[in-house]
Design a protein around this ligand. Structure first.
Ligand code: AMP
Length: 312
């Protein structure tokens, strides 16, 4: 089933306690597409300026499953740039700068040959742009969005409108609390369901994730993939990679009931772990279906609680 993504393509500068990387390819839809393309062909809709480095195009093009015909290079405009610094725990970070550049102009158009897309992911960008993309995809079966603190702060009204139009929402625990005022993850997720989506996935960094669904009584939870300190070089894009693995799995099965969603967040977890070990998209480029499957086998073993756990 056709999967389409929009979001940012960024030029990132990332500082961690152990090192820095300047001018690396990033952005929500770059990470997402790199991840999802391991599961299903992925159509990318995005815009960059004419300062976009050739090396970044080569990197994105090295993922055979990404269709870049919806990537616009706009003359005279500047590519979105983002800088961040991670704290010692490598889970929390501060944004050092956000230069919206071309994102402040009109959004990229969805190419006609993409308008029949069935699975839609609205990666982090202005919620009005996310809404505009949805309107161009009348055949969609499943639309899922991500958001973050900047958009919660500066575009809250648009975001609330977006929530009424999507089927699913994927976000961090701090963002879920910020949007709802609830500190408890499950309570916050249930409040978000009241705002529109049918399901919500709340990511909790190294503490895993939680899935709540309107049609299912029970909450589904997963731990994170176990990674030791020396395996975490740069967590940037882990959230987008999670979403890419999740949506790639759903689109390749053409289903989105609670059970496949739980499987999908497990693939998201495994895929996100591939991003942690290096700056930029290198980690996702260096995996394939076999190595992802091997990681999934390892994850299943690590999280195993038996066929039916009993107290005696
Ligand atoms: P993640 O670590 O999954 O939250 O994704 C980080 C990526 O999102 C970086 O590569 C940034 O270029 C991009 N990014 C940072 N801030 C924003 C924003 N406000 N909107 C969209 N993308 C952003």
């Amino acid at each position: 089933m056709s999967l389409i993504v929009t979001g940012t393509i960024g030029i990132d500068t990332v500082h961690t306690p152990d090192g820095s990387s300047e001018g690396v390819l990033g952005g929500s839809c770059a990470y997402f597409a790199a991840a999802s393309s391991h599961y299903t062909p992925t159509r990318l809709v995005g815009v960059v300026g004419d300062d976009w480095p050739d090396a970044h195009r080569e990197m994105l093009s090295s993922f055979p499953g990404i269709d870049l015909s919806g990537l616009e290079v706009r003359r005279g405009s500047s590519t979105f740039r983002w800088g961040g610094r991670y704290f010692d725990n490598m889970n929390d970070r501060e944004t050092l700068f956000t230069e919206l550049g071309v994102l402040e102009e009109h959004p990229p158009a969805v190419p006609t040959e993409f308008t029949d897309s069935k699975f839609v992911f609205l990666g982090n960008t202005h919620p009005a742009v996310q809404l505009g993309m949805l309107e161009q995809l009348p055949d969609r079966k499943l639309a899922v969005a991500d958001t973050m603190d900047l958009w919660i702060n500066i575009a809250n009204e648009d975001l609330l409108q977006l929530l009424q139009a999507v089927d699913g929402l994927v976000l961090n625990d701090s963002e879920a609390s910020m949007l709802t005022g609830e500190r408890n993850t499950i309570t916050a997720a249930r409040r978000l369901l009241d705002l529109g989506p049918t399901f919500v996935v709340v990511k909790k960094g190294e503490h895993g994730c939680v899935l709540v669904h309107k049609d299912a009584q029970n909450v589904r939870v997963l731990p994170a993939f176990p990674v030791e300190a020396n395996g975490v070089v740069d967590p940037t894009g882990a959230g987008d990679s999670f979403a890419g693995g999740m949506m790639g799995h759903l689109a390749s099965h053409d289903r989105f009931d609670i059970d496949i969603l739980q499987e999908a967040i497990a693939w998201g977890t495994v895929t996100a772990s591939c991003t942690l070990g290096s700056f930029g998209l290198d980690g996702l480029r260096n995996v394939d279906r076999d190595s992802l499957q091997a990681k999934m086998d390892q994850f299943q073993q690590a999280a195993w609680v038996g066929p039916r756990a009993t107290a005696s």
